[in-house]
Design a protein around this ligand. Structure first.
Ligand SMILES: Nc1ncnc2c1ncn2[C@@H]1O[C@H](COP(=O)(O)OP(=O)(O)OP(=O)(O)O)[C@@H](O)[C@H]1O
Ligand SMILES: [Mg+2]
Length: 256
């Protein structure tokens, strides 16, 4: 079970949750999605749009199963994750960009945490305080502390250690200096708070365009899907492949 988490909003959690779910489904796996962002419901809405596209066009697209919370208790979430785990090969939990009780519980139930960050020191600040001149890590900050608490809670209830992956999202093709400084700070923080830094994703318009049709970059080769495969899309697919490989889902995206 994978949880997408970061207390900072708008970092790409829902976009990556959807792409991971579709990559896995396209590779023939059964995927369930639990959307804990009860206000925005981005990933549920994304999947609704996909269902509507299938109905409208008759294109054969595998659709992840959404497991809806009826209420808002941790007990219900525990039951829902157990049902989803029984029925699916992979369960993906998307969380809101703020600390809610359910989001914290989602972090305890999943065994893999994927945290996207925008490539900015503002985003990094929720993970750790960084010294302005040397970019040395001064101390972990609140999201890293939440993950630390999650790890303690998992150990207390006898769950396997949480695997934590961090990636930079919306990487710019021009900002080399900021990129390097972020790389160094993330590498230092990775050691300090115990995550693995994995391949990031570039800033690409296609991610914003696909939501309304429920399509993803992983659908470009499906017969009947009208997305032109540009050089930028091929590069984006390669980044996604490297990201999912880094997280341990090897070869769920075919080459090219
Ligand atoms: N690599 C990217 N290139 C361009 N746009 C992107 C990229 N990744 C995400 N976006 C866009 O950034 C915005 C935020 O992404 P998304 O909704 O996935 O973030 P989130 O972390 O789920 O946000 P929230 O915390 O509000 O739930 C969306 O408009 C999305 O289309
Ligand atoms: Mg979201």
């Amino acid at each position: 079970m994978v949880v997408l988490g970061n207390e900072k909003g708008g970092t790409g959690k829902s976009t990556i949750a959807m792409h991971m779910a579709v990559a896995f489904a396209n590779a023939g796996g059964r995927v369930g999605v639990i959307d804990l962002d009860v206000r925005q419901k981005s990933v549920s809405r994304y999947i609704e749009n996909r269902i509507a596209t299938v109905a409208r066009t008759d294109v054969l697209l595998p659709v992840p199963t959404v497991y809806e919370m009826a209420g808002d208790t941790v007990e219900e979430l525990a039951e829902l994750t157990m049902t989803a785990m029984r029925e699916q090969d992979l369960v993906i939990i998307d969380t809101p960009g703020s600390a809610t009780e359910l989001s914290r519980a989602g972090h305890v139930f999943a065994d893999t945490l994927v945290t996207p960050l925008n490539d900015s020191f503002i985003d990094l600040d929720v993970l750790g305080r960084v010294e302005p001149e040397t970019h040395k890590v001064l101390h972990p900050s609140h999201y890293s502390e939440l993950v630390w608490d999650t790890r303690k809670e998992r150990a207390r209830v006898g769950r396997a250690p949480l695997r934590w992956f961090v990636l930079r999202n919306r990487l710019s093709h021009v900002d080399a200096r900021n990129k390097r400084a972020m790389e160094e700070a993330i590498a230092a923080l990775a050691q300090r708070v115990g995550f693995v830094s994995v391949t990031g994703l570039g800033e690409r318009v296609i991610y914003r365009e696909l939501f309304l049709t429920g399509l993803t970059l992983l659908d470009v080769r499906t017969p009947g899907v009208a997305i032109d495969l540009s050089v930028s899309h091929i590069a984006a697919r390669q980044e996604l492949r490297a990201l999912f490989n880094g997280v341990g889902f090897t070869d769920i995206i075919p080459g090219g």
